[in-house]
Structure formats: structure tokens, C-alpha cells
Design a protein around this ligand. Sequence first.
Ligand SMILES: Cc1cc2nc3c(=O)[nH]c(=O)nc-3n(C[C@H](O)[C@H](O)[C@H](O)COP(=O)(O)OP(=O)(O)OC[C@H]3O[C@@H](n4cnc5c(N)ncnc54)[C@H](O)[C@@H]3O)c2cc1C
Ligand code: SF4
Length: 509
Amino acid sequence: MTQSNLILVLGDQLTPAISSLAQADASTDIVVMAEVVEEATYVRHHKKKITFLFSAMRHFALELENAGWRVAYTRLDDPNNAGSLEGEVARRLARHKSKKVVVTEPGEWRLLNAMQNWSRSLGCQVDILSDDRFIASHSEFAGWASGRKQLRMEYFYRDMRKKARLLMHGDKPVGGKWNFDSENRKPAADDLSIPEPLRFEPDGVTQDVMRLVQKNFAEHFGDLEPFWFAVTRTDAETARDHFITECLPSFGDYQDAMLVGCRFLYHSVLSHYIHCGLLDPLDVCQRAAAAYENGEAPINAVEGFVRQIIGWREFIRGIYWLKMPSYADPNFFQTERKLPAFYWTGETDMRCLAEAITQTKEEAYAHHIQRLMVTGNFAMLAGVSPTEIHEWYLAVYADAYEWVELPNVIGMSQFADGGLLGSKPYAASGSYINKMSNYCSHCSYDVKQKTGDEACPFNALYWDFLARNQDQLGQNARLRNPYATWRRMSEDKRQTYRDSAAAFLSKLS
Ligand SMILES: Cc1cc2nc3c(=O)[nH]c(=O)nc-3n(C[C@H](O)[C@H](O)[C@H](O)COP(=O)(O)OP(=O)(O)OC[C@H]3O[C@@H](n4cnc5c(N)ncnc54)[C@H](O)[C@@H]3O)c2cc1C
Ligand code: SF4
């Protein structure tokens, strides 16, 4: 009898094109999938995120069975569930008398490290294949990074554009330049007409998962209902097409804008579908590029969108695998503050933070500028420990996997790596938030006041941050102007800023 290999498919590998399945034989091999408590709880993931992944896994198992695969699927509430991926693989090896496990590499160092020991601990052959859903392999990124003093996304992105043949005329970028960001970043007017992302009614499978999540993860952060994410490939593709027709044309213009009550603006809200395998990233970019070629979306929007995926997404992943495991630890500013309690409730008088956190709780989503310039900026200015804020981001977003979340938080948002990923910290006072949003006109703090109880807290915190980190940042060429302004201030004024920040931070504790 032919020996069955076990093909382990993880919750973020939900595509028949994944390398483990692409090399397998549906007539002999057995696909193993498992909902395990260890993966759902190593941080306390948002209820919507767990529901999304378990339901998408169940739908994918059905898709595979309909295509002729044998699928050994373990539900969370199966009394025999071993509770961990290793335990589940051990159980299936014994049950099917298999000698070999094939798996596509996971997206987290923690799990890869564990899997690399499985052949010893489980006494079988374990083949870990590379994940070819990305344009750049680990070795390609390492080769690109080797010998460079600074790793900057822009140059890497140009190579990816050439490799993927996206928005190219021969060797030249379409539109005559690589990057159209200078045409983006417009603030949004209050009366813009903004389409909502497509919402999908939970079917019977999703409703079962929702009950399971409510029963087993009631203490986790976030609102379970209303649950509206796509959980099948077909629905995710419908959401993708809706974005390209309705939102992409204005994506670039309002990419950095924020408005009270407008949770998605013209963003795609596709990241959780892309990461888990329901959508193919290159295909999404090719469709966006086709919208430009057909005259349905302008170049600033399409280039900006494509850059997020083949530029930032690929670059961030490259950094993660290049630097792990040590990348989880850096703490450039040596900060130790606990995460303020309002990050779990949204209950704060600071309107910008209340908006970003409340929608995170309700939707498991916030867009990039909310993550970077509101919740991330505040945590950095207030001196929150990088580990605390990293664990928060990993738990609260439907698209959070360590490979993409950690460099965005440690590198981009907190500058905890001292500048490996970015050339300066994304630190800003209230005036940036006021310029890019209408939050301040709905806030009980006054963004124009610089110090005192009624002043926007970001203002004093910004100067306090620069002052207390002068040793680390004083020589940064991109901070020359703010430090020159700081030095020109009178001693009294500087002290008033520092006292105001200290008074605010003492209440925060
Ligand atoms: C502090 C912080 C934490 C973040 N954590 C995550 C995370 O856990 N998971 C995650 O996917 N993204 C994360 N990001 C990046 C970005 O905020 C999200 O990818 C984006 O908000 C997802 O929403 P969207 O699909 O509507 O994106 P859009 O604005 O529509 O962008 C299109 C796509 O580009 C990709 N993309 C855009 N920016 C980035 C980026 N900086 N890094 C990687 N991919 C990017 C995503 O795949 C996204 O779907 C984080 C950013 C910051 C500043
Ligand atoms: S005034 Fe300050 S705290 Fe209030 S919304 Fe504006 S930036 Fe946020």
C-alpha cells in the first residue's frame, strides 16, 4: 500500500496553490488542519480574528474535499483535540501510520523554530517548504540587504516593480517616476462620499464558529458581532473587485486622512484576506494596474496601492526574517511604561485615540495612519514599552501576524530598532493629527493650546519625547529643525512643556 504523507495546512495558508499542496498527491496524501487553543491564545487574539480564521479554515477544508482531497480536520471542541499543532500532527501520524509531514514554512519565527525540532520530537521526516506567495524569497532579500548601511523600502520596491513587471514601460516606471506620494496625503473634507467595504452575512458554518468563540474566548478583546468578513475565496474576490471599482480611484488622495466615524475611508480592507491566502497579492496588484491601464483609476492611486503591497509588505517581511529572533527585543529608548488601560476600552477624552481604539474593538481594523500616527505615535511619545505595544497590536487586528506586525511596530512605529527600518521616528504633535483629520474639532482638548490641563496632550508629549531622547536623536539629520526649534525656546518655555508632559503622564499611570 502507498504510504500517505501528511500535508499540514496552517490557518494562513488557505490556497490550493500553497507550496505544500502544490507538490502533494490528492490520491494518497492526507491534508491535516487543526483549530488549536495554543495558536488562538499565545496572545489573546480579537474575537473577530479567531472567528474569521476558523471559519475560513472550515470553508477551505470543504473546498479541498470538493476538489478530491482527504482532509483530516480537527475542530477546537473535538474532545480528542491535542491543543497544539505538534500534538495534532503526532495524533494524525499515529492514526494514519504516516512517516512524513510536509508543511509550507509558517509566518512566525516561534512556530518555525518549533517545527524544525519536530522530526526529532515526532520521529518522522518533516519537509518545510518555502512560501512562494511572496515576490522576494528570504535569500533574495538577504542578498539585497547585504552590505547596505541602511535598508530603505524605496530602492527595494523599485527592484520588486521590475521583477513583477508592474506599472513598467520597458525598464522605466509608468508615468515617468517611481513614486507619486507627493500627490497623495490630502486631508479629507467632512462631506466626502465614501463607499463602505462589502459586508457578508455569516452563513451556518460561521455562526457555529461564532458560538464556539463566544464560549471559549469570551474574555478576549473585541466585539464578535456584527461579524461581516468574507470567509470564502469567492466572497473575498468580490470584496477585492468592489475595492478596485469603488475605492481605488481615491485611494491615493486620501490615504493618510482620518475622519470621525469614517473607519475605512478609501482603504482596501483586504490585508486579512491576502495574508491568509484567500487573495493572491500579485493578482490584486495586477488588477489594480489593469484599472490604471483601462483609465479607471489614476496613477497616483494605483502606484500608491501597488507600493503598499509589493513594496512595504515585501520589505517588512524581508526585515522580519533577516533579523529574527533578536528583532523582538530592541528597546532603543529604554522605555518601560505599561500600556495605558484605555487601549483596551477606548475610554479616553482624546478623541483621536478614542476613535482609533473603539473601531479596533468593534472591527478588528484601523487603517495605517490611525495605527502609525495615533495609537503608535502616542505609545512612543508616552514611553510605553515596545513589548507591551507589540503584544497589543498582535492581538487586536484581524490582519496581525508576527512577520508583518512586529517590524511595523518595533521598527516603523516605535523606532525601537534605532533606525534600521526608518530614518527618523514617526513622532508628531497634535498639529499633524489636526491637519490630517477632523478629530480635533470633536475633542475636549484644545489642539492649539501647547501646555496645561486643556491643551492637546500630544503637544507637550512631543517636545518631552525629543528632550528626553536628545542623546539618541540629537544627531539625526532629519530632526535638525525640531531640535533647533527646541534649543531656541527659552529655558522657562522648555520647562513648562516638560512639566505639562510630566503632569499628564503621572495621571496616565
Ligand atoms: C503600528 C502598525 C502596526 C501594523 N500592524 C500590521 C499588521 O499586524 N498586519 C498588517 O497586515 N499590517 C499592519 N500594518 C500595516 C498597515 O497598517 C496595514 O497593512 C493596513 O492598515 C491594512 O489595511 P488595508 O488592507 O485597508 O490596507 P490598505 O491601506 O488598503 O493597503 C493595501 C495593502 O498594502 C499592504 N500594506 C500597506 N501598508 C503596509 C505595511 N506597512 N506593511 C505591510 N503591508 C502593508 C497590506 O497588505 C494592505 O492590505 C501596521 C502598521 C503600523 C503602523
Ligand atoms: S486635540 Fe489632541 S488629543 Fe484631541 S483629537 Fe486632536 S490630536 Fe487628538
